[in-house]
Design a protein around this ligand. Structure first.
Ligand SMILES: [Zn+2]
Length: 476
């Protein structure tokens, strides 16, 4: 089956055809750096990471740009309230974004352009000038420049509605009376007092760019007039991405994006995340509960990107258990691959376990609009079957090695493998004492030691291959 994605533009799954044979350009809307991104934002970034890694695994060369929005209403308000310059205010959240992304093992994009870079401000001004000269934009009495959406026939194609609907459903607040149409959006916002010293010169007086034009300018400046894939969260579809199309195509006259991929919302305990509900979590909030970035990566990735994901603490525990299953399986597999040959004397395989195919069900599932639940289903089914075979001594070293190679291949996409945790000295001693107690069948002592480990934030699990020590859920 060919690689295919569900395209928001057509509302259909479509076979993926890059513009150039094996080269793909991807633009993804990045964070607005006015506060620390929450785990809902990171769900989208983890989905994009899966997308890029799968495309690379399929032999494509991906050029990926993710923008950083470091000027808009929220960043200006935040800097004003904190009484620091805009740059200084946004820098802390840029740093936090990269810190969190690293914890979640998200591969870096090739470029992270910032909206306030003069190079892109110039590009935004040039694009707005071009739109005005084509009659697609106008300066209103309030001195701001707006996009004239009535002049762009395709406006509403991405979000699938027409202009009359826009008016009647009140999807746009009627709070700016200088515009010709309530749906007209700002390309350039004229300076006002609230902006303080945040302003740039332009042919329309000093002011600052609107959020939508930032993305059109950075995308076309770095990737050209046309892009293979553009991603974001579903909340970006309207008005942000609709506006990006109107602006970019309005200037270039060419189709801006071939495939629009949007990630569904993340719920927390079945509800929309909100600071007022107390269910608003950042990556550090989750790590403070004793979970690792790897576990959160798993929890955010395991559900298909177009399906709502309900984040719960039980889900985090499941993530830990699932990764534990992978860890245990790998350890057994490595044991057989390394120690096995002496037993079989290098004889040919006597294994009852099938070897993975060159193109396994895992990759095929991801080809189908990144069907991660099917891909993981295949992985865990494989683990179950192989564990059974290993219990019955039916796995030979060569087959074990072949499966390890397979794992290394798919782990290049998943990045789920544990980085060995260094146990603190005290924990190591308690764990050794507990292992001894269990050997001596002194279960009372073993339980006491388990409680001591728990008090220190560690958990002892007893597996077929002995005791495993992991960080405990909920521990600091
Ligand atoms: Zn954007």
């Amino acid at each position: 089956m060919p690689l295919r994605f569900f395209n928001t533009y057509s509302r259909e799954p479509e076979e993926f055809k890059p513009r150039e044979n094996k080269k793909i350009d991807i633009y993804t809307c990045g964070p607005t750096v006015y506060s620390r991104a929450h785990i809902g934002n990171f769900r989208a970034y983890v989905f994009e990471d899966l997308l890029v890694r799968h495309l690379e695994a399929r032999g494509f060369k991906v050029h990926r740009v993710m923008n950083i929005t470091d000027v808009d209403d929220k960043t200006i308000r935040g800097a004003d309230e904190a009484k620091v310059p805009l740059q200084k205010f946004t820098q802390q959240f840029k740093d936090a974004f990269f810190e969190d992304a690293d914890k979640l093992r998200i591969k870096r994009a090739d470029e992270y352009p910032a909206a306030t870079d003069q190079r892109y401000i110039d590009k935004m001004v040039a694009m707005i000038s071009a739109l005005i000269s084509k009659g697609l934009a106008y300066q209103a009495d309030d001195k701001s420049v707006y996009y004239r959406i009535k002049k762009f026939p395709n406006y509403g194609k991405l979000a699938h509605f027409n202009l009359d609907e826009l008016q009647s459903t009140g999807r746009v607040k009627h709070d700016e009376y200088d515009k010709e149409h309530i749906g007209d959006f700002a390309l350039w916002k004229a300076w006002d007092e609230d902006d303080g010293d945040v302003k740039w010169d332009s042919p329309w007086g000093s002011g600052r760019p609107g959020w939508h034009i930032e993305c059109s300018a950075m995308a076309t400046a770095l990737l050209g007039d046309q892009i293979d894939i553009h991603c974001g969260g579903v909340d970006n579809i309207f008005p942000h991405h609709e506006a990006e199309i109107a602006q970019s195509e309005g200037v270039t006259g060419k189709k801006f994006v071939n495939y629009w991929l949007h990630c569904a919302h993340l719920l927390v305990d079945g509800q929309k995340m909100a600071k007022s509900l107390g269910n608003f979590y950042t990556v550090p909030d989750v790590l403070e509960k004793g979970y690792t970035g790897r576990e959160l990566r798993y929890a955010l990735m395991r559900v298909n990107y177009r399906t709502q994901l309900n984040f719960t603490w039980d889900g985090m525990k499941e993530a830990r258990e699932s990764l534990g299953r992978i860890d245990d399986w790998l350890e057994r597999l490595r044991g057989i691959a390394e120690n096995g040959p002496s037993r079989t004397g290098g004889k040919r395989s006597t294994s009852h376990v099938q070897r993975p195919t060159e193109d396994s069900e895992f990759e095929k599932a991801l080809d189908d609009d990144l069907n991660i639940s099917a891909a993981l289903g295949f992985l865990f089914e494989t683990i179950r079957e192989m564990n059974r075979a290993m219990d019955e001594n039916k796995l030979d070293p060569t087959t074990a090695s072949v499966w390890l190679n397979w794992w290394n291949r798919i782990n290049g996409t998943l990045d789920f493998e544990s980085d060995d945790i260094e146990l603190p000295e005290e924990v190591k001693k308690l764990a050794e004492a507990r292992a001894q107690a269990r050997l001596a069948k002194d279960f009372r002592k073993s339980d006491e030691l388990r409680d001591k480990l728990i008090a220190l934030g560690w958990e002892a699990r007893d597996t077929k291959d002995g005791q495993k020590i992991t960080r405990r859920a909920g521990a600091k």
